[in-house]
Design a binder for this molecule. Structure first.
Ligand SMILES: [Fe+2]
Length: 107
C-alpha cells in the first residue's frame, strides 16, 4: 500500500498527462481491491477454522462487495486508455508516454 502511495506521489510530481494519471489511478485501485480480496479470503479461512460461523458470514459479505468493486474497476480500466495509444505521431505527449513506459519497466 505504501509503495502505491509513493508511486502516485512520484507520478504526480512528473506533471504527467491527466489521461496517464487516470490509467495509473485505476491500476492502483485494481491492485488495492485485489489485495483486499486476498485479505478477506484469508480471514474467512481463519474464521472457519476457528468455527466462528457468524464472523465468516459477515466477512463473506465484505468479500462479495470487494469482488464487485474489483469487477467495476476492471471494466473501468478497459475504458480508460492513454491518448497516446490512439496515435503515435503526437509531439510533446509522446514524452509522457516514454516516461510512463520507463516507469512501467522499472516497476
Ligand atoms: Fe475495497
Amino acid at each position: 500500500m505504501q509503495g502505491l502511495i509513493q508511486e502516485k506521489r512520484a507520478f504526480a510530481e512528473e506533471d504527467s498527462a491527466d489521461d496517464l494519471v487516470d490509467v495509473f489511478s485505476v491500476g492502483a485501485a485494481i491492485k488495492i481491491e485485489s489485495h483486499e480480496i486476498c485479505e478477506y479470503e484469508s480471514l474467512i479461512d481463519k474464521a472457519c477454522e476457528m468455527k466462528h460461523t457468524k464472523v465468516a458470514q459477515v466477512l463473506s459479505q465484505s468479500l462479495k462487495e470487494e469482488k464487485a468493486r474489483l469487477k467495476k474497476m476492471e471494466a473501468f480500466a478497459k475504458k480508460v486508455k492513454p491518448k497516446e495509444m490512439m496515435s503515435e505521431d503526437r509531439g510533446p505527449r509522446n514524452l509522457s508516454s516514454a516516461k510512463f513506459s520507463q516507469r512501467k519497466r522499472a516497476a
